[in-house]
Structure formats: C-alpha cells, structure tokens
Design a protein around this ligand. Structure first.
Ligand code: AMP
Length: 190
C-alpha cells in the first residue's frame, strides 16, 4: 500500500496528475478542494461557511479539512492506497495527517511536489477559469491571494516532509505525459 501526498501551488497540475495516478495505481483520491466544493454543491452548513472563506482566496480552518480527511480515510478501509491532493496545506494539517495514518496503521510513503513558477500558475488558472466555472479561478487578484497563501502557509509543509526524508520535487512545466512518467518513477522507488 502506497500513500502519497501530491503537493504544489494552485494550478500546478495536481488534479490532472492525480487522475492519471488513480487510473494507473488504483489510489483513492482525497482532494480537500473537491470535498469542499461537494459540500457547497449540497448546500450543507459546512459548505456555506467554507464558501465564504474560499471566495476570499484564503485557507479554511485546519479542523474543517482534517475532519473531512479523517472521515474519508475511515470510510475506505479497503483502499489500496491514498493520494492526498491539496492536503496537507499547513504544518498543523501535516501533523494531524501523520496521527491519522498511525491511528489506522498506515503511513505516508512520500510527498511529490510539482514545481511551477508564479507567472505560469496565474496564466493557467485564468485559462482554467474560462471553463471550470470556479469563481476563484476567474479573478486575478484572488489567484494572487491563493498563491500568496501557498507561499506563506503551505510551503513550510515541504520542509516538514524534507525533514522526514520523504520529499521529491518534479518540474511541473512541460508535457503532461512526461511529468506523469517522472512522478511514476518516483513512486515506483518508494
Ligand atoms: P483547491 O481546489 O485545492 O485549489 O482548493 C480551493 C480552496 O479550498 C482553497 O483556496 C482553500 O480555500 C480551500 N482548501 C482546499 N484544501 C484546503 C486545505 N487543505 N486547507 C485549507 N483550505 C483548503
């Protein structure tokens, strides 16, 4: 069983690569962004509260996403492995994830970071916003805010995994297939 954290700023290609990894390895995909958008679509109280925060381009409270991930791990005891996409986004979330893994007798094998510069990210997100219907992809100011949140609150998560000897970085610009091959090469060595 492999459990992977796919890391990178908004627009780095985590969703695209996750999909390909699911097809190849049969991972259960846990994307906190997707889980939050599902709550919004269902109109739950959690979703309504989260939407206000997401519309500001900032992170929702740790306890909200930690609770959602905990539920999804427990709901999938037969999983071949999990791929975490957009989680953990703070050091507190990373620590909580380690505790949840230990509690369930599993562990994170490694973090794979997709590296893409800020200019390319803004360009990609604005293009994605034309078709994704995501309000947070359509406004350049909001995109900059999300990238800034990533730099201040999320980047330290890379150090957290580096200290555990679990960090690998991969260039996230280029052909999707080529990037996918690089990711698979890293996973196959875990
Ligand atoms: P994403 O789809 O991963 O780009 O996430 C969209 C938005 O959902 C983010 O801008 C945050 O407001 C919120 N979000 C998603 N995942 C997390 C997380 N792990 N921690 C806090 N907020 C999150």
């Amino acid at each position: 069983m492999q459990n992977i954290v796919l890391f990178g700023p908004p627009g780095a290609g985590k969703g695209t690569q996750s999909q390909k990894l699911i097809d190849k390895y049969g991972f259960v995909h846990l994307s906190t962004g997707d889980l939050l958008r599902a709550e919004i679509a269902e109109g739950t109280t959690l979703g309504l509260e989260a939407k206000k925060i997401m519309d500001m381009g900032i992170l929702v409270p740790d306890e909200v996403v930690i609770g959602m991930i905990d539920n999804r791990i427990k709901a999938n005891p037969e999983a071949k492995g999990f791929i975490f996409d957009g989680f953990p986004r703070t050091v507190a979330q990373a620590e909580a994830l380690d505790s949840m893994m230990t509690e369930n007798g599993i562990k994170i094998n490694g973090m794979i970071a997709l590296v893409v510069d800020d200019e390319e990210l803004t360009k990609r997100l604005l293009i994605r916003g034309q078709t994704s219907g995501r309000a947070d992809d359509q406004n350049e100011e909001l995109i900059r805010k999300r990238v800034q949140e990533y730099s201040t609150k999320t980047m330290p998560v890379a150090d957290y995994y580096t200290k555990q000897g679990k960090y690998s970085a991969i260039g996230g610009i280029g052909e999707i297939e080529e990037i996918f091959t690089h990711i698979c090469n890293v996973i196959d060595k875990f």
